[in-house]
Design a protein. Structure first.
Length: 434
């Protein structure tokens, strides 16, 4: 009976998969090479890692880790089985199908928190607590990230990075040439946006073909209006959505939309980022994987592009985390354990995050040779209030963020704030587990 329930649970996930954070493009997948390694092909073990890291710097980051792992273990080949499209939903569909079919990948990417732990609920994940004990990871990975992936004192995810969602990216040359400064308040934002619009420049690049990026836009306004404590209570269902603060944030969101590119509904995040690269748009609100994307386009920080946190009355780090999960029933378990160990190592996390534009989940990794942005983010992570991101998939159950994405589309295209607020209040039952 347990196996039937497990199968039904996984099939349910296939039918109700959430749209998850982090965008992707259609880059070709790669396989770590064994050329020149001297390894006997007949003795090699083959594994694969399932992710949605296919855009710009994130694909480079994953391949850097796989190259480093193969250099350390030439007898193990790891296929980069990344799946593009849907900001991760396509990869999650593939994962659910493979788990249901008894063909799990060696490890897979998920957002830390509910996005990862739903696989534990379907009895599909191996606990990784033994790795933490053996390699001392509990001493170097912040408690917030550990608890995000913990159920009944067992840890099921390996955090490999920390991303920040509340960042305004801007084309520095566009702002400089028009005598403008990056905004620190929403009043300044709209003043700057109006000046740019008058010059025929799109003030705010947006790609909400995947509604998650519109959700992110509203979330940043909520951070400003509610603060760290207020928004945390909002995502647990402990406060009502029909408040002056939430209404004010909705108003900010609706006003921001009037300064976006007309074709935003046809673009994904990286398409919108291209508008920053070309100078057709001046600003973009996006998670800091955008830093890796801009670097992959040969843009120089503080010369071609810059960044500033989204307006907020408090210093907030809206955290997004990628964590790796190890499914039950994987073949070649000893080889898989070596792969998990490498992703959790100083070497693995340093190589991955340096290219991805994120900072390591491990606090003992030297980031002095990281990008200027990543060094500043590492410092902010220590100095700011840490808030789990809704758009990052860590703040609420998957069913709620799915519903929020659905409703943000309604708000974007129907502009009915009353209906939006009412629907969110009705969805509070999901947050309360009813």
């Amino acid at each position: 009976m347990k196996s039937i329930n497990k199968f039904n649970s996984i099939i349910g996930i296939v039918l109700l998969l959430p749209l998850v954070l982090f965008g992707c493009s259609s880059n070709t997948n790669s396989v770590s090479s064994n050329e020149g390694s001297g390894a006997d092909a007949s003795q090699q073990v083959e594994l694969d890692i399932l992710s949605w890291w296919t855009a710009g710097g994130e694909a480079d980051a994953l391949n850097a880790v796989l190259d480093g792992f193969h250099a350390a273990h030439p007898d193990i080949l790891v296929e980069n089985a990344a799946v593009a499209g849907g900001a991760g939903s396509n990869a999650q569909t593939v994962l659910a199908t493979r788990l249901a079919g008894g063909d799990p990948p060696a490890i897979f990417q998920a957002q830390g928190g509910p996005d990862l732990l739903r696989w534990q609920e379907s009895d599909s994940l191996e606990a990784l607590t033994g790795f933490y004990d053996e390699f001392g990871w509990k001493d170097v990975i912040p408690e917030t990230l550990l608890q995000m992936n913990t159920v009944d004192n067992e840890i099921y995810g390996l955090p490999i990075n920390v991303h920040r969602n509340n960042v305004i990216w801007y084309n520095k040359k566009v702002l400089d040439e028009n005598g403008l400064q990056p905004p620190t308040t929403y009043d300044e934002f709209f003043t700057t946006a109006e000046a740019l619009k008058a010059k025929g420049i799109t003030p705010l690049a947006l790609g909400d073909k995947n509604p998650r990026w519109a959700t992110l836009l509203l979330e940043t306004a909520l951070l400003d209006q509610l603060g760290a404590d207020g928004i945390a209570k909002l995502w647990t269902g402990d406060v009502d959505f029909d408040t002056p603060e939430v209404r004010a944030a909705i108003g900010i969101y609706q006003k921001m939309l009037t300064y976006t590119n007309e074709n935003h509904s046809a673009l994904d995040w990286q398409d919108a980022a291209e508008l920053i690269v070309s100078g057709d748009a001046a600003m973009m609100i996006m998670g800091d994987w955008a830093s890796g994307f801009f670097a992959s386009k040969n843009m120089e920080p503080n010369v071609d592009y810059g960044w500033i946190t989204t307006p907020s009355k408090e210093k907030i780090f809206n955290v997004v985390n990628d964590s790796m999960g190890m499914p039950k029933g994987v073949a070649n378990q000893e080889a898989v354990k070596k792969l998990v160990e490498y992703f959790g190592s100083v070497e693995g996390q340093k190589a991955f995050n340096k290219l991805k534009g994120s900072i390591p989940a491990r606090t003992d990794v030297d980031v002095s040779d990281y990008s200027l942005y990543s060094q500043s983010a590492a410092q902010d992570f220590k100095d700011s209030k840490i808030v789990l991101s809704l758009a990052g998939g860590s703040a609420t159950p998957a069913a709620f963020i799915n519903k929020f994405d659905e409703l943000i589309n309604m708000l974007t295209y129907q502009q009915d704030a009353d209906a939006f607020v009412q629907a969110l209040n009705e969805a509070k039952t999901i947050l309360k587990g009813n």
